[in-house]
Ligand binder design. Structure first.
Ligand SMILES: NC(=O)c1ccc[n+]([C@@H]2O[C@H](COP(=O)([O-])OP(=O)(O)OC[C@H]3O[C@@H](n4cnc5c(N)ncnc54)[C@H](O)[C@@H]3O)[C@@H](O)[C@H]2O)c1
Length: 377
């Protein structure tokens, strides 16, 4: 294996996503033709018990409760921040002020003004910054992108993009920060899941020019995990109906974000339909790509994809990828782009795309509250 350049990484927030990312680094040997290798050198989390898991990673010799110590560590070149949304702006700007590159978690600030201030900080700092969104790295998503980019959809008809899960159906599930507007954001589920729905459409240039949104709440009270009850005031489901332009034609586009979708477990999907061709992909059937073709007959063709990820691995081509692979693919994309070696492959969501997603969510919130169609600038 050719020598790889090692990049020192620090993680702020060692919860669900902090550990997922650390484990993707630990399996980096799976990637081939990779010029860079992340080395986790530092982790910061307010909770000392969370830090103990990182003792199992030999390179991670700095484990601290105060993230300022991580930022002061010269061995840290890139910082991944995975903390509640109310902390994004402060921590992201602190990372940039410390002269580090940033891999930010979505939604990139608690609301649109915060996202805009972060973007201004990114531009001023000149640091390399991307936002987390892993599902477009799936082979099915990449094939959908290829089909659309070929440009033979015919008359474009509709776009549907979304992310569903169902864990909030259980009223006995304890409340956490994602169920409270103060920490998740007034946009609720759109902040939690919206980047997943927005990333591919925005990458294809499909930002809605106006939206009409329907938002709804589920259980407004849950156990607080300490023997009491906690109020849950976030929007749990969001349907954002929009209009976008493909060529000269105005096309309807719906983004769906749901935490109350019966039976769904981290289900990401994209559908693009035209009069001549169309494509459907849904992680509920992670290998299955469906392609529509109109000839003498109309066909929905179905194929089972293998491991055709954007970044090559040792994994057999007929095997199927999962969430952990996507997190690794996304980081491969981040690190090679940072080295200027993306070479036409799919890259991570940009700060501009993150702000554009917030513009849509902000308009959607206003649309719901006023029951009107809201135009975007
Ligand atoms: N890309 C994805 O698929 C995906 C999935 C889940 C969550 N997320 C995003 O990741 C981020 C974190 O979500 P999570 O599910 O990992 O949350 P989590 O609650 O599991 O973890 C957050 C961690 O941050 C720590 N923390 C809080 N304040 C801190 C501070 N000041 N300094 C250091 N540590 C601090 C907490 O102790 C906790 O361990 C959010 O932005 C969320 O939207 C992304």
């Amino acid at each position: 294996m050719a020598a790889r350049k090692t990049i020192g990484i620090g993680i702020i927030g060692g919860g669900l996503m902090g550990r997922e990312v650390a484990s993707a680094f630990a399996r980096w040997c799976a990637l081939v033709d990779m010029p860079v290798e992340p080395r986790l050198v530092s982790v910061a989390d307010l909770n000392p018990a969370t830090l103990t898991w990182f003792e199992g990673i030999p390179s991670c010799t700095q484990r601290v409760t105060d993230y300022h110590a991580l930022l002061a560590n010269p061995a840290v070149e890139v910082v991944y921040v995975a903390v509640p949304h109310n902390l994004h702006e402060k921590l992201y700007l602190d990372v940039l002020a410390a002269g580090k590159d940033l891999f930010a978690e979505k939604p990139f600030g608690i609301d649109l003004p915060a996202a805009q201030r972060i973007l201004a900080g990114v531009r001023k700092s000149g640091r390399f910054v991307r936002c987390s969104s892993e599902f477009p790295f799936l082979p099915g998503a990449q094939r959908a992108l290829d089909i659309v980019r070929k440009g033979d959809l015919g008359l474009p008809l509709q776009i549907v993009s979304g992310f569903h899960h169902s864990s909030d159906l259980d009223p006995t599930k304890a409340a956490n920060w994602k169920r409270q507007s103060a920490t998740c954001g007034a946009i609720g589920v759109m902040g939690d899941l919206g980047m997943h729905a927005a990333h591919l459409p925005l990458r294809l240039g499909w930002k809605p020019s106006r939206v009409y949104a329907q938002l709804s709440r589920g259980f407004t009270e849950r156990p607080d995990g300490k023997g009491g009850r906690a109020t849950c005031d976030t929007w749990d489901d969001a349907l954002v109906h929009g209009w976008t332009k493909i060529g000269d034609r105005e096309v309807v586009m719906r983004w769906e974000m749901k935490r109350l979708a019966p039976g769904a477990t981290n289900t990401w999907f994209i559908e693009v339909l035209g009069s001549e061709r169309g494509v459907r992909f849904n992680t509920g059937e992670p290998k299955t790509l469906r392609v529509f073709e109109r000839g003498t007959d109309q066909w929905w063709k179905e194929t089972h994809l293998g491991f055709q990820t954007p970044y090559k691995t040792v994994t057999g081509g007929i095997f199927e990828p999962g969430f952990a692979d996507l997190i690794q693919q996304m980081w491969a994309g981040y690190l090679v782009e940072r080295e200027g070696q993306l070479n036409g492959r799919f890259g991570c969501a940009t700060p501009e795309e993150a702000v554009a997603s917030h513009e849509v969510f902000d308009a959607a919130l206003r649309s719901h509250l006023t029951s009107t169609v809201v135009s975007l600038a």
